[in-house]
Design a protein around this ligand. Structure first.
Ligand SMILES: *Cc1c(COP(=O)(O)O)cnc(C)c1O
Length: 489
């Protein structure tokens, strides 16, 4: 058997490439990664991943282990989210797939009684982009309800959009951009009176909100299957379930309803295809890891980790509240929050959240920039910087707090990047006419995308996104990401 390379050298190269990534452990990246800060848990995950690696999760009738792991994980989540025996579910490859399948199910249920129409999906603007993707993939009209500048949606505004063409209403517990807990109870009561299903997107909150209280220590309003009108919930094991990427759960109330999630066909010459999820052949490793963690931690273990996360979240919010020129947006619930410039102080004392994120990065912590957003029929949402807090944060709390303060001191008074000025001189762009080379040339013209490198400061890139019409920004970003994975000469 001929070999082109040497195994050690290959792995060494992989390690070197990984070494260039921001650290996934240790609390230095406050988005994307969820570190419980437990070495023992990492070892458990590695063993579970290894044990399940060769299995094909496609077929639990062949690989019975997969069916058992999935049934037990779904059972654990159903109990946590107060579902009764009428609640069934699936393990999926992640939050996006759970959201896509919630929408696909609702669309197919709706179509039974509306064979000719095009259904509508109603959700607050703050709903995760996965639902925009679902509407695009499954051809629903996306009806986004504007939120206040603090990111809060009014239940009445959502309820006012309900109608016979609505296949699904989605609310979040909490939403990703600002961590607002949507008015699940009020929306679900009105929707269920109109026989409209309600999905609660608890992708990020599903394994922490069950252990969370409000800032006064009181229980949160019910948002899970205790609310009668809630028909489905998504919860990601690869977020606060601390599993490696590739596992989430979609729970649905009612077997008959959930069967619309499946795709089945016997109409080809191969094996019968019966898939509850979008993939065919799939790894069982993330499922095995998520299951192993749930077995190992149990609800009490998750509760302890959530308590640590809650202490850190409150400490960090207090730090931000003490920084002149910055403030927390809205009334976040759960281990995440967004920060914006404090308009109550004069401009020369304000801290632009994007310059702040770039400055904090120079102090060794990666925060996430969120662009300002113009809502077509609502107020403008300000530029913000997002922080997701995890259990490991508590071990770096002092250093992180210092970085947040020092970062603000470094950029106080520096105005938000003027995206319009960056664009000056560009002719109006028609995204439909923008070909790949032109798009790439435009990006390079504004100093983005040389030699596969992303710029160190992200504030200008986000300002560009804010200034461009969305279809143009989207086309340019597609180009950027497309070029990133082209073979390099
Ligand atoms: C992360 C997230 C999603 C999408 O999940 P992925 O796992 O990234 O596909 C959906 N909704 C919310 C609220 C999330 O935080």
């Amino acid at each position: 058997m001929s070999r082109r390379g040497d195994a050690d050298a290959i792995i060494e190269r992989l390690a070197a490439l990984r070494g260039e990534d921001p650290p996934t452990h240790g609390g230095r990246v406050l988005s994307y990664v969820y570190d419980p800060g437990l070495g023992e848990l990492d070892l458990l995950v590695a063993r579970a991943v290894q044990a399940a690696l060769p299995v094909n999760g496609l077929d639990p009738t062949t690989f019975g282990s997969v069916g058992v792991l999935e049934a037990e994980l779904v059972g654990f989540m159903r109990e946590l989210l107060h579902g009764d025996e009428g609640v069934v579910g699936s393990a999926t490859s992640g939050g996006t797939e759970s959201c896509l399948l919630a929408v696909k199910t609702a669309r197919d249920v709706w179509r039974r009684t509306h064979p000719d129409g095009r259904p509508r999906l109603v959700a607050p603007v703050t709903v995760h982009a996965a639902f925009q993707k679902a509407a695009a993939y499954f051809d629903l009209v996306l009806d986004l309800v504007p939120v206040s500048p603090e990111g809060v949606v009014s239940a009445a505004d959502v309820v006012a959009r309900l109608g016979d063409d609505v296949a699904l209403v989605v609310v979040s517990a909490p939403n990703y951009p600002f961590a607002g807990l949507d008015p699940v109870g009020e929306v679900a009561a009105a929707a269920s009176a109109a026989s409209i299903p309600v999905h609660v997107d608890a992708c990020i909150g599903g394994l922490v909100l069950p252990f969370w209280t409000d800032d006064a220590g009181a229980p949160l309003p019910a948002w899970d299957f205790r609310v009668p009108g809630v028909t489905s919930i998504s919860a990601d094991l690869h977020k606060y379930g601390y599993a490696p990427k590739g596992v989430s759960v979609l729970l649905q109330r009612g077997r008959d309803r959930q069967r619309h999630q499946y795709f089945a066909t016997t109409r080809w010459p191969g094996y019968p295809v019966v898939n509850p999820t979008m993939l065919g052949s799939k790894s069982a490793s993330p499922l095995a890891a998520g299951w192993a963690i749930a077995e190992w931690l149990g609800a009490d273990g998750f509760a302890e980790l959530a308590a640590s996360t809650a202490r850190s979240t409150r400490a960090l919010r207090t730090v931000v509240a003490g920084i002149e020129g910055l403030r927390v947006v809205g009334d976040p619930v759960g281990p995440l929050f967004a920060v914006t410039a404090d308009e109550r102080v004069p401009p020369e004392r304000r801290v632009d959240p994007h310059h702040w994120a770039d400055a904090v990065r120079r102090h060794g912590f990666v925060l996430q920039l969120q662009p300002a957003l113009a809502q077509p029929d609502g107020p403008q949402l300000p530029p913000t910087t997002h922080l997701t807090v995890t259990p490991v944060t508590e071990s770096v709390l002092g250093e992180l707090s210092t970085a947040l303060v020092a970062g603000a001191d470094a950029v106080r008074g520096v105005p938000h990047v003027d995206g319009a000025a960056l664009l000056a001189g560009l002719p109006p762009l028609d995204p439909a006419a923008l070909d790949s080379d032109t798009a790439w040339g435009l990006l390079q013209g504004v100093g983005i995308g040389g030699a596969g490198e992303l710029p160190d400061a992200q504030a200008p890139l986000v300002a560009l996104i804010e200034a461009l019409p969305a279809p143009v920004a989207e086309r340019l970003l597609v180009e950027l990401l497309g070029r990133l994975v082209e073979p390099r000469g």
